[in-house]
Design a protein around this ligand. Structure first.
Ligand code: PMP
Length: 439
């Protein structure tokens, strides 16, 4: 009997043996194309020699030293490298162990910033429905995913949720994308006014929504309006780029493409590319300066903050992404993969939408593309597709987002940026097998 507490108690997954490039191999020798990089993690694929060498070199120097006593070269260099490439105004980096921690730190920093400014009455966070920001209690409270929240609701801080920017389902007949974007962005202002004009400390959103909607990018102008509203009411804008950041959408930070200047950004997954568990919370100079000249101490911190070995790994990942041109490659190969998906499945009787940016692509599976009616939730099409694709040797990330209160079906594709044209053919071919079996 296994003593592992598994992700799903009834699951009996194969044992992973090794990885090479875009492929993973289980102990029986079966090969899987990692079409989703796990959960949009493995942006460099498996067995990257540069990253592995950087980790080994750091282990030979020193694996860990607590930030209560020391800083480290890799942490300093990683922070410099991130800030050199971050949106204007972002000046400080706080290194953590993953995405939920990055979001937790972001929320606490935003709240502490206002407390230090004497605005402790700001205690509300506004986020969006059908969002995911992590599984720790603060991040979970921020997320708008009802079924994840339900068991823990009594333990969580109150959060308001407005509509996501989800044109496929939200844009009305005769409405332009721009008008739709402004309409849903304006829900933020309505909610701020409802809660009290000086009672909200942060608005939280993923620039491109991953886990809950399946690679849904905003319409043009949406985030510009969000920024205006945040500025009007002095609310901090926290962008969660845990999944969509680090080059996944074709630019290092996803928000670059929307021309929006956040106050705080959370990144994780692609930052460590799966080689080490690391995340980061990046914040504006203004936020940092307020705390530095106030209490001088961010009231937060985990043992592994600024961990040198994870930082050495992330620094090497960042060098591969930027110096070796892999972010640009994500943009280019993403276009090719999207084109191939549209060619293969654009007219499929159960594919409602093919969307996303860069190598962050989603397919929405529907019962009827004309009415956009989803399949009945008990059919669990996304799970069936995941299983059939896995059996065919393709890893894709299935999701059951909530559509009008019901579970819908999406598949997320987020392959390593090193993929080649033949891998695109393999992804499409294996998805076809899964579609033929399940739809
Ligand atoms: N935010 C987003 C947008 C995510 O996709 C995730 C993970 N799926 C998280 C936060 C939480 O990250 P982690 O699982 O590393 O804690």
């Amino acid at each position: 009997m296994s003593h592992i507490f598994p992700r799903h108690c009834k699951a009996n997954p194969p044992v992973i043996a090794r990885g090479e490039g875009v492929y993973l191999y289980d102990q029986s020798g079966k090969q899987y194309l990692d079409g989703s990089g796990g959960a949009a993690v493995s942006c460099l694929g498996h067995g990257d020699a540069q990253v592995t060498a950087a980790i080994k070199a750091q282990l030979d120097r020193v694996a860990f030293a607590h930030t209560g006593f020391f800083t480290s070269e890799p942490a300093e260099q990683l922070a410099d490298a991130l800030i050199a490439r971050a949106p204007e105004g972002i000046e400080r980096v706080y290194l953590v162990s993953g995405g939920s921690e990055a979001m937790e730190a972001a929320l606490k920093l935003a709240r502490q910033y206002f407390v230090e400014r004497g605005e402790g009455q700001r205690r509300h966070v506004i986020a969006r429905r059908q969002s995911y920001h992590g599984n720790t209690l603060g991040a979970l409270a921020t997320g708008g995913n009802e079924w994840r929240r339900a068991p823990f609701a009594p333990l969580m801080v109150e959060t308001s949720h407005i509509a996501p920017c989800y044109a496929y389902r939200g844009q009305q007949d005769g409405e332009s994308p721009e008008t739709y974007g402004l309409r849903v962005a304006d829900e933020l202002e309505t909610e701020i006014k409802r809660l009290g004009e000086d009672s909200v400390f942060a608005f939280v959103a993923e620039p491109v929504v991953g886990a809950t909607l399946g690679a849904v990018a905003p319409v043009p102008g949406y985030f510009k309006r969000i920024r205006e509203i945040c500025d009007r009411y002095g609310v901090l804008l926290i962008l969660d780029e845990v999944m969509c950041g680090m080059g996944r959408t074709g630019t290092l930070f996803a928000c670059e493409q929307d021309g929006v200047r956040p106050d705080i950004i959370a990144v994780a997954k692609g930052l460590g590319a799966g080689y080490q568990p690391i995340g980061a919370m990046l914040c504006s100079g203004a936020i940092y300066d307020t705390i530095a000249s106030g209490s001088g101490f961010f009231q937060h911190g985990h043992t592994y903050v600024g961990h040198p070995t994870t930082a050495a790994a992330a620094l090497a990942v960042l060098q591969r992404l930027t110096d070796d041109g892999l972010v640009n490659r994500a943009a280019e190969m993403g276009d090719r993969l999207k084109t191939a998906l549209i060619e293969a499945f654009g007219d499929h009787p159960h594919v409602g939408d093919i969307r996303g940016r860069g190598l962050f692509l989603g397919l929405e599976i529907v019962q009827d593309p004309d009415s956009k009616a989803p399949f009945a939730p008990e059919l669990a099409k996304n799970k069936a597709l995941k299983k059939a694709a896995f059996e065919a040797g393709l890893i894709c990330y299935p999701m059951g987002g909530t559509i009008d209160g019901r579970r819908g079906d999406h598949i997320l594709l987020a392959p390593p940026f090193i993929l080649e044209d033949q891998h695109i053919d393999e992804i499409v071919g294996k998805l076809q097998i899964a579609f033929d079996q399940c739809l």
